[in-house]
Design a protein around this ligand. Sequence first.
Ligand code: OKS
Ligand code: ZN
Length: 343
Amino acid sequence: MRVFFNSRHDAHDGAGEMHHGRMVPCFENARRIPIIRDAVAHAIKAQLVDPTDHGMNPIRAIHDPDYIDFLENAWDEWTKAGKSGDAFPYVWPTAGFSGGKPEHISARLGEYAFSSDTPITKGTWRAAYWGAQTVISAAEATWGTGEASFALTRPPGHHAHANRYGGYCFLNNAAIAAQHMIAKGAKKVAILDIDYHHGNGAQDIFYERGDVLTISIHADPTHQFPFFMGYANETGRNDGQGANLNIPLPGGSDFAGWGAGFAKAMQKLLTWQADALVVALGVDAHEAEPICDFKLQTDDFNRIGQMIGRMGLKTIFTMEGGYAHDVIGHNVAAVLKGYLELA
Ligand code: OKS
Ligand code: ZN
């Protein structure tokens, strides 16, 4: 397995987020990455590879031009407006507002954010851009050689829509990887999201397309972020009908419940016959995770990796959530090691 590493990840360095009514240090922080890198290096034989710069086209294939322009310039606009802390929205053009197209950065933040938990900092664009290059490089390698890849990057991507950021995500790395393999000749690609939270970004991006199957196993949105998406009756539209599968699970689920959900995902994947698989690899379903309430153990992550390996698909893993520093390295390594045991 090749591990593509986004060494610029730490350019994104939010100071804090609102949590339970207080500003707290960001859960999604730069300390996560060396922990995961070292655990993976210890557990599997893998070369660490620097991403190649494939430019803007693979990003533009997923994200809207005005959104990309916003992300590239948000920090400059924020500082030019005389603000010095991390950039956050505080007002949104929600249903019932008549509109307008205000240019003010505070309005633009509200226009492009769907949640208030995600700081934009001086280096956010740089980190996210190189994160996308990391997963594009992984896609290029895996599509070309068949060997699995792991894109080790932050900020994560699975909540990002074509024109919306939130849930700590800016560019949808999994979607960019899937689309890049289609550009390289894949006819059908599947995205399997095992992060604790619903993968709303890929669902929305591919909702009307029949060539990318999106599957997400996650906490029931009736009680968890992103709340307004991720329900079982969301199955795709037009050409995409039947190509989105949501598997919401009750709070407190352990591997008995999670594994049953995963079995449904595997069944769908096996009948769908993808040319390649992108795994949105969040490990925040572990019992020790701070903002989540599932009860998976490190051994369970090993089993998950084995089951993915057994499918025998060309596979790219891309890093999503996981915030418990004591266990994230072990959990990511357990998935990758399990994959290699059975691939
Ligand atoms: C607000 C917390 C919002 C949760 C965002 C979800 C992040 C995540 N204080 N997505 O996979 O892990
Ligand atoms: Zn998550």
